[in-house]
Design a protein around this ligand. Structure first.
Ligand SMILES: Cc1cc2nc3c(=O)[nH]c(=O)nc-3n(C[C@H](O)[C@H](O)[C@H](O)COP(=O)(O)O)c2cc1C
Length: 356
């Protein structure tokens, strides 16, 4: 698999090996997939402006985020059902993230329980694991899920707030993809009353949720809370008022509201609204080290990748996910060298120009 040298090639390799229904599930977006395409296209509209002869002999990508550290500002966004990609599922992902010494956000809809994910990361020598949560209308159920994740040893809770209802993936509807294959389940939801084997109904999503539910979560846990899925600058401000320790600008990889802008286009206004009070992260459409550099220059402290890891897992299991992370690391390092900077922290909006 070392013949694959780009993220795009991992996508092609994943398409070749996956059941087409599962490939569509991972790679598709909501409705007409306008936002899915925009997430990538917006990076292509931005250009990088390097500086020269700055006498920088060495570079570091080391990153600190909340109470965690990572060897680079590239972390794993939460994605559901890794066992659809490879037999070991999230265990393979956790080992790959640990090998890359970066943060994995494991999903509430994981096919391996959070305790086993954290144990796998630790056994592989490190890498913090954060837990992604969908707030539940019943606070006792949210509390039980968070307590399982806390006991497991996660170091942050990432609350996804862009999903009052399930996104409408036309590909999934056309393919009739509702049931998980036999043997697969949302392992974090065992014993909570629902059917953890039901892809569509196992996780309660609710339009009834309000900032009060975030307040209740804030009262439940001392772990840092990352608010994932904010687009409007006012929601970023409200999130901080309601106790969020970081903001993750995300449109769920174009899987929820089709027509919402690309995340890198939303980023500058959110960064301005947050005004340095908490770190801002971003995900969606990042396929190259140059994309990472553009996001960092526009004020992100770190970026997340979703589909690239899934494609890596599908193409070559744990090793595939490791390769994806190392491709992006090496592309980012190379980009920083060409830009004339020593570290991501040096990047600012001066390094980016919007193409006419
Ligand atoms: C197959 C798949 C499943 C996902 N599941 C979740 C999820 O359960 N919770 C969540 O917050 N985000 C989920 N996401 C969104 C990702 O966290 C992330 O925002 C998105 O994938 C980033 O865009 P990218 O795939 O272009 O990198 C999912 C994305 C994909 C592709």
């Amino acid at each position: 698999m070392n013949t694959l040298i780009t993220i795009r090639e991992y996508e092609t390799a994943a398409r070749a090996v996956l059941d087409p229904v599962h490939f569509d599930y991972v790679s598709g977006g909501a409705r007409d997939e306008v936002t899915l395409r925009e997430n990538e296209a917006a990076y292509a509209r931005l250009a990088l402006l390097p500086r020269v002869l700055r006498g920088n002999p060495k570079r570091t990508l080391e990153t600190r985020l909340l109470n965690s550290r990572a060897s680079m500002p590239i972390i794993l966004s939460p994605t559901a059902f890794h066992k659809l990609m490879t037999g070991d599922g999230e265990l393979a992902t956790a080992r790959a993230a640990a090998a890359a010494d970066t943060i994995m956000i494991t999903g509430m809809a994981a096919t391996v329980a959070v305790a086993d994910v954290v144990a796998a990361a630790r056994a592989a020598g490190g890498g913090d694991v954060w837990f992604q949560l969908y707030l539940q209308t019943r606070n006792d159920i949210t509390a039980e899920i968070v307590s399982r994740a806390t006991d497991a040893g996660v170091t942050a809770v990432v609350v996804t707030v862009d999903s009052p209802v399930l996104g409408a993936g036309d590909r999934n509807i056309r393919n009739g993809f509702t049931d998980l294959p036999p043997g697969l389940a949302c392992e974090n939801l065992r014993g909570l009353g629902g059917d953890p084997t039901d892809r569509v109904r196992s996780i309660e999503l609710s339009a009834e949720l309000s900032w009060e539910h975030l307040d209740r979560l804030r009262a439940l846990t001392e772990l840092p809370i990352v608010l994932k899925g904010t687009a409007h600058p006012d929601d970023a401000r409200l999130g901080i008022e309601h106790g969020a320790d970081a903001i993750m600008v995300s449109n769920h990889g174009g899987r929820q509201l089709d027509g919402i802008p690309a995340t890198v286009d939303l980023l500058p206004d959110v960064v301005a609204a947050v005004d340095g009070r908490v770190p801002v992260l971003v995900d969606g459409g990042i396929r190259r080290g140059t994309d990472v550099a553009k996001a960092l220059a526009l004020g992100a402290s770190a970026i997340g990748i979703g589909r690239p890891i899934m494609w890596g897992l599908a193409a070559a299991g744990e090793q595939g996910a490791r390769n994806v992370l190392e491709i992006l690391r090496s592309e980012l390092d190379h980009t920083l060298a060409l830009l004339g900077v020593e570290s991501p922290a040096e990047l600012g909006s001066d390094w980016v120009v919007t193409k006419p």
